[in-house]
Design a protein around this ligand. Structure first.
Ligand code: AMP
Ligand code: ZN
Length: 113
């Protein structure tokens, strides 16, 4: 499997891990767009939101729950933060392994795209 995030999960590629459990892994983005920029990913390889099945929907809820908790731990929850998932080419998805961005620690752009 040459997926870069699967290699982070297996430990082949080092990363700055902030949280993990059986279902998800959270680590700091290598090219942070904000003072706090963490990626929350499923440990199972799911290519994108577009390929998410109904059975996998609870996983998204869990990813959001983990991101909300990390926002508190990182001290950005009170001032606010953004959760974002890119999907496909027009959505700006670069890594084809589902990931939720947690961004915070500065006033983010009013534009979403
Ligand atoms: P996206 O554009 O939504 O697909 O986001 C992919 C994100 O993965 C980008 O913000 C990259 O900076 C980040 N990224 C790529 N490679 C790594 C890596 N080895 N470790 C941490 N973050 C990475
Ligand atoms: Zn993968």
């Amino acid at each position: 499997m040459d997926c870069i995030f699967c290699q982070i999960i297996s430990g082949k590629i080092p990363s700055d891990i902030v949280y993990q459990d059986e279902e998800v892994l959270a680590f700091r983005d290598i090219n942070p767009q904000a003072p706090v920029h963490i990626l929350v990913i499923p440990k199972r390889h799911i290519p994108s939101l577009d390929q998410l099945t109904e059975d996998e929907l609870p996983l998204i809820a869990h990813m959001v729950e983990v991101a909300n908790r990390l926002a508190k731990e990182e001290g950005v929850a009170q001032k606010g933060y953004r959760l974002a998932i890119s999907c496909g080419q027009d959505g700006g998805q670069v890594v084809p392994h589902l990931h939720l961005h947690l961004l915070g620690g500065r006033r983010l752009s009013d534009e979403l795209g």
